[in-house]
Design a protein around this ligand. Structure first.
Ligand code: ADP
Ligand code: MG
Length: 488
């Protein structure tokens, strides 16, 4: 995706550039504010468990169309319900993933766990979804939001995003623009997500049971996880959080008489997966065995295996096909509203429809993104690189991938502040991706909690295909809501 001279630029929150002296001073101050308020990460290049870098961030909040932000917020409970219903539709998940699991080993391994759990019956009927639905505004439809993806596992940045609003509020106030704060929506993602975990803990109903976070071997995004842990202990002093890798669960974990998950002296009420979404997290069969052990346990999982599968790109593609939504949503108005946020998504399965998408991708690759069944960034293939990638695959291998229309967001201009970055930071062209968090708790028949839980904004250089915050091209941000290009 390259920035074209013709791409419209959204009106900024304040007039740029700032005077160099003022910019240097406020940037230094904002960096310290970020560090001191935990908008921070461990360095990948210079790792030490004893130090933090501030997380890359936008000095001044990036503009986002107010109407579209509000639309995304209002849609979240409907999307929560949609995903909950999809996760509980065995037939839909099985048919949708049938071709993919023939060639994608990782999804097949997840699906095998699902199959085994189905065969033995679910020990725990309840699931908790801690979701994040991601959007880009699409220029060609009046800046209407289009869903990039929906995350059902390890939906991150709720913790740090919550602290980014105060950071940017501070910067705006320092720069003499306190009147602008009213256009920055409050963000309670951290509380929303953690309160959700505690609601699941309540359903489990054992006062001594703990909440288990499944973590990577090394957590670079440590603040975003510790915020959750600390919030839970501070708000609910009687609840303990444990952190364990999949390898450690394999070593320490066992099932009790009623299939309760036991880790040493602790019984686990709720499992929150911040790892387990990519093949690299499973070093050997041990980690898969640990995942299976947890799935068969009585603990309430975020995500349960069916929720994990419901969050695959392949399921997202299937949901965007005409009349599929009717299977999961009753209200015609809601079907229409959700349908509008989908952009074109195409199967590459080995059949007539899949072969037609293949031909279409070869003809006009610049219109598309090619996506495998992976999470965590850096896996997609963009535009002109698509034909070569597709031609290297056999017909069957293609079904591990889906094709998606490229979304064309408007540009914003601003200062991206990075550890070790240029001082003062230059003004750069950027695009922003909005994430809306949602919490949904229920079993196959009922939903007992369903709400929207805050938001996050990630902003990347307009020349970058992807804006991984740790990867170096993206930064944390929060939306500055604008109404139209003429007013303030
Ligand atoms: P992942 O699961 O790796 O996060 P995503 O589907 O979110 O995969 O894609 C990663 C990034 O690629 C997104 O954050 C976005 O910046 C970019 N991207 C994905 N899909 C599109 C699209 N259809 N149009 C434009 N950019 C996209
Ligand atoms: Mg993503």
């Amino acid at each position: 995706m390259s920035s074209e001279a013709s791409t419209p630029v959204l009106r900024g929150c304040i007039k740029l550039p700032l005077e160099e002296d003022e910019l240097l001073e406020i940037t230094a101050k904002a960096k310290d504010y970020a560090l001191m308020h935990g908008a921070a990460m461990r360095s990948k290049t210079d790792f030490s468990p004893d130090t933090l870098n501030f997380a890359p961030f936008l000095l001044v909040p990036s503009s986002f169309p107010r109407k579209e932000f509000e639309k995304a917020v209002a849609l979240q409970p409907i999307i929560n319900r949609l995903m909950h219903n999809v996760a509980h539709d065995e037939e839909f998940i099985t048919t949708t993933l049938a071709e993919t699991i023939k060639v994608d080993e990782f999804t097949a391994n997840l699906f095998n766990i699902y199959r085994k759990v189905l065969a033995h019956g679910f020990t725990q009927a309840y699931s908790i979804g801690l979701l994040r639905s991601d959007y880009l505004a699409h220029l060609y439809e009046g800046c209407a939001i289009k869903q990039v993806e929906i995350n059902t596992i390890a939906s991150s940045f709720g913790g740090i995003a919550t602290h980014l609003v105060p950071l940017q509020n501070f910067v705006l106030s320092e720069l003499g623009h306190a009147e602008k704060l009213k256009n920055m929506p409050k963000n309670n993602a951290l509380a929303g997500l953690c309160d959700g975990m505690v609601k699941a803990w309540d359903i489990y109903g054992k006062p001594k049971a703990v909440i288990l976070f499944i973590i990577e071997d090394v957590s670079y995004n440590i603040c975003d996880q510790r915020f959750h842990e600390f919030y839970i202990r501070e708000t609910y002093p009687h609840i303990k959080v444990l952190r364990r890798t999949l390898t450690e669960v394999h070593r320490e974990g066992k099932l009790g008489q009623s299939k309760e998950l036991l880790l040493g002296p602790h019984e686990v009420a709720v499992i929150y997966f911040r790892a387990g979404y990519e093949p690299g997290h499973y070093h050997s069969q041990d980690e898969w065995d640990a995942r299976y052990l947890m799935e068969t346990s009585l603990a309430i999982k975020s995500p349960s295996i069916q929720y994990h599968l419901a969050g695959t790109k392949k399921v997202q593609q299937a949901l965007a096909q005409p009349s599929v939504l009717e299977r999961f949503i009753n209200d015609p108005e809601e079907i229409k509203a959700v349908g509008k946020i989908f952009t074109g998504l195409y199967s590459l399965d080995d059949n007539d429809a899949g072969n037609a998408s293949y031909e279409m991708a070869l003809r006009t690759p610049e219109k598309f993104v090619l996506k495998p069944q992976r999470e965590g960034g850096g896996n997609n293939v963009y535009g002109v690189d698509i034909p070569d990638a597709l031609k290297r695959m056999t017909r069957v291998e293609r079904s591990a991938w889906i094709l998606m229309d490229l979304i064309h967001p408007p540009l914003t201009k601003g200062y991206m502040v990075r550890p070790g970055g240029e001082m003062p930071p230059p003004i750069v062209d950027m695009v922003s991706e909005l994430g809306i968090f949602g919490v949904v708790i229920g079993d196959a028949d009922n939903i007992v909690h369903n709400y929207q839980a805050g938001h996050m904004l990630r902003t990347k250089l307009s020349t970058a295909n992807e804006g991984g915050v740790a990867a170096g091209l993206g930064a944390l941000d929060s939306p500055y809501l604008i109404d139209s290009d003429n007013e303030d």
